[in-house]
Design a protein around this ligand. Structure first.
Ligand code: OGA
Ligand code: MN
Length: 223
């Protein structure tokens, strides 16, 4: 049966918003959109993260992978919980990211094939030092995403994400307030970024569109 043109599934973002995202990724490697995700979904995701925090179901985030994973509070201070499709809100967000993945693949031929994401909670004083999300040649994380969940983030709340230029890596090109609904995405192996110290508890969902980077028949482990 042919799909109706007005299928609500395809109408979450309008074409202008999606082409702004695609064009920005191509031109400079990063995009930021305010009110990219609706406030109802952001509130449901925030409530779920608060509940996980209260139940002590978050784990201190490490750096590195596999056996080399270590806790480094001097590098990153967040606590995380991987999305596991346990709630309707998570499934709705993952469905939207699947829609975005298809749109990016159609426009950019990046061959993105899966999405992984975690809730993140930064307690007051926490930060995440400047880093890349993947390294050239081992880029199984291709496009990074961050959705912020904090309603009415004050101007002096801190916790901005700073993005740096792909080539002049000391040059800050954007400083993003972690306001609910704001969505950032960027090329994982090109754009250095940093979370500045937060003054208030700060919540987000960090996610990555991945390509299968199989080495010697062994798929690079997710985390
Ligand atoms: C990350 C990251 C940014 C943010 O988790 O790798 O860079 O603003 N997060 O939460
Ligand atoms: Mn990062």
């Amino acid at each position: 049966m042919p799909m109706p043109h007005t299928d609500a599934h395809h109408a979450y973002w309008d074409d202008t918003q999606l082409s702004a995202l695609i064009d920005a990724l191509v031109a400079r490697g990063w995009y930021v959109g305010e009110r990219f995700i609706d406030s109802d979904l952001c509130r449901e995701l925030r409530d779920e993260l608060h509940m996980l925090h209260q139940r002590q179901a978050l784990q201190e985030a490490g750096i590195g992978r596999g056996d080399e994973r270590t806790l480094r509070r001097d590098i990153r201070g967040d606590a995380i919980h991987w999305l596991d499709r346990e709630s309707l809100a998570q499934r709705r967000y993952l469905a939207l990211m699947n829609e975005l993945q298809q749109q990016i693949n159609v426009a950019l031929y990046l061959g993105l094939f899966e999405f992984e994401a975690h809730f993140a909670h930064y307690p007051p004083g926490a930060f995440y030092r400047k880093h890349y999300d993947s390294f050239r040649g081992r880029a199984n994380r291709v496009v990074s995403t961050v959705l912020y969940l904090n309603a009415d983030w004050p101007a002096d709340g801190g916790g901005e994400m700073a993005l740096f230029d792909e080539y002049e890596t000391e040059r800050e090109v954007s400083r993003i307030r972690p306001e609910a609904g704001t969505f950032a995405c960027f090329l994982s192996d090109r754009i250095p970024h940093e979370v500045l110290p937060t003054r208030l508890p700060r919540t987000s969902i960090a996610g990555w569109f991945r390509r299968n980077a199989s080495l010697g028949g062994v798929v690079d482990p997710a985390h």
